[in-house]
Design a binder for this molecule. Structure first.
Ligand SMILES: Cc1cc2nc3c(=O)[nH]c(=O)nc-3n(C[C@H](O)[C@H](O)[C@H](O)COP(=O)(O)OP(=O)(O)OC[C@H]3O[C@@H](n4cnc5c(N)ncnc54)[C@H](O)[C@@H]3O)c2cc1C
Length: 410
């Protein structure tokens, strides 16, 4: 049987592997992590709402029942297209078909100081680092006698007004104002500042104006200072300097301002487009290598003149499409062009507050929040994860708690 090697057990790679379960192929899935991660809820791990194991699941256990499936815990370092072979941390692996789905990484846009001192959010260790850092700032503020230093420790900057930045700022505010305020009664809550800095003049650009405004108002109600036209030029770990020259003393800067394709893309020797993504044919094949497909955040395709966004539904739909095209290729049938069906955008800004533009339905406030909850529970992989996340959310909702506020060693 031909071997289909899939690199990356994220949204795209996992769907492709599953969709090939009845195909006459051997599927080998490779990932440097042994788990599939539900990245949309990472910010809740960073703000002590959920534990990492509630939003991730071992890849082997997800695909345990699939007879034609195998998994290898390796990092892929290079692809030899001519020899149809991958170089990995555990030696070479040969393929007949190759599906590259390595996802993306945080894009610091060449801002070295931010890469050194800022906090990105892309994987579980990043989320734990943010959680440890925020809680440690509160502990240090308890020990610091200098009022100025205390204010710097309690100033939290989130950079980027996209869904991740908005959700992060809202969740951070709730962690502090609903929960930590009870843990640290001796600290003055008025010393706490949360700023959301956005370089353009709008939050959540994919949403219509009414919903963008609703999101901004909700953030203000949660004491998040939203600043537009605020571009961070430098950060030394103690103060952030904006392009305007303004200096904001802060011990925490969370960088949610951009993503780019995974570093593997740059090693492939293929032309790249914006954000290091690799342009693919309408069938998701790589030009000149019909047995190689690239999907998800790593792939670049335009639809109606716009690049497809780096979001989970694009990766999932591409995963299905690539599996279907491999099956067609095996049967000698022509491959089909990929077409993305946009289901909409959702972002939550804390309890009872969200904005949603789904299937043309534009909602904000409580109804959008309920829709957000339901959709995320449905999408989480594994019954145990769904149950534990639901219990956690219910507990936090009714008791104003965040159970996971532990400072663990890195
Ligand atoms: C904090 C955050 C919040 C987000 N929120 C949303 C949201 O609300 N809605 C939404 O639609 N999208 C959201 N996204 C985007 C979404 O998660 C991505 O678009 C999606 O994960 C892309 O899927 P993928 O399959 O391309 O890659 P991924 O899901 O990122 O998977 C890539 C996999 O490849 C592995 N890998 C990478 N390089 C190698 C290598 N060299 N060797 C071996 N393995 C490798 C990685 O370990 C990873 O498991 C969010 C992303 C982040 C970071």
């Amino acid at each position: 049987m031909p071997t289909v090697v899939i690199v990356g057990a994220g949204f795209g790679g996992l769907r492709a592997a599953r969709a090939l379960r009845r195909a006459p192929v051997q599927v080998v899935l490779l990932d440097r992590n042994n788990y599939h991660l539900f990245q949309p809820l990472l910010y809740q791990v960073a703000t002590a709402g959920l534990e990492p194991e509630e939003i991730a699941k071992p890849t082997r256990s997800i695909l345990r029942g699939q007879k034609n499936f195998d998994f290898r815990l390796v990092a892929v370092t290079r692809v030899d297209f001519a020899a149809k072979r991958l170089e990995t941390s555990a030696g070479p692996i040969a393929y007949d078909y190759l599906v590259l789905a390595p996802g993306g990484e945080t894009n610091f846009f060449g801002l070295d100081s931010m890469q050194r001192h800022g906090l990105g959010l892309k994987d579980i260790p990043d989320a734990i680092t943010i959680r440890n850092h925020v809680l440690t700032c509160f502990e240090q503020a308890m020990l610091d006698l200098d009022a100025e230093q205390r204010r710097t420790l309690l100033t939290f900057i989130v950079v980027g007004g996209g869904p991740t930045g908005v959700e992060m700022a809202g969740a951070l505010s709730e962690l502090i104002r609903l929960v930590l305020v009870k843990d640290y009664p001796r600290l003055n809550i008025k010393d706490v500042r949360i700023l959301l800095l956005e370089a353009t003049d709008r939050l959540l650009p994919a949403l219509p104006e009414r919903l963008r405004e609703a999101a901004g108002k909700t953030l203000w109600r949660k004491y998040v200072e939203v600043r537009f036209g605020a571009t961070v030029a430098d950060y030394d770990g103690r103060q952030a300097r904006l392009k305007s020259g303004e200096v904001i003393p802060a011990r925490t800067v969370i960088w949610a301002a951009g993503v780019r394709a995974a570093p593997l893309n740059a090693t492939l020797g293929l032309p790249t487009a914006r954000q290091g993504r690799i342009p693919v044919e309408p069938t998701l094949q790589v030009a000149g290598h019909p047995e190689v497909f690239i999907i998800g955040d790593a792939a670049y395709r335009e639809q109606e003149g716009e690049p497809l966004p780096m979001v989970a539904p694009v990766a999932i739909q591409m995963g299905h499409s690539v599996a279907s095209n491999i099956k067609r290729h095996l049967r000698g049938r022509p491959l089909e062009a990929f077409r993305y069906r946009d289901q909409g955008t959702l972002a939550t800004i804390g309890r009872n507050a969200a904005v949603a533009n789904v299937y043309g339905l534009k909602l904000s406030g409580f109804p959008a929040w309920v829709m957000w909850l339901v959709i995320h529970i449905i999408q989480l992989i594994g019954f145990r994860n769904k149950l534990f996340v639901l219990i956690n959310w219910a507990w936090d909702y009714f008791f104003y708690e965040r159970a996971a506020r532990l400072i663990t060693r890195d």
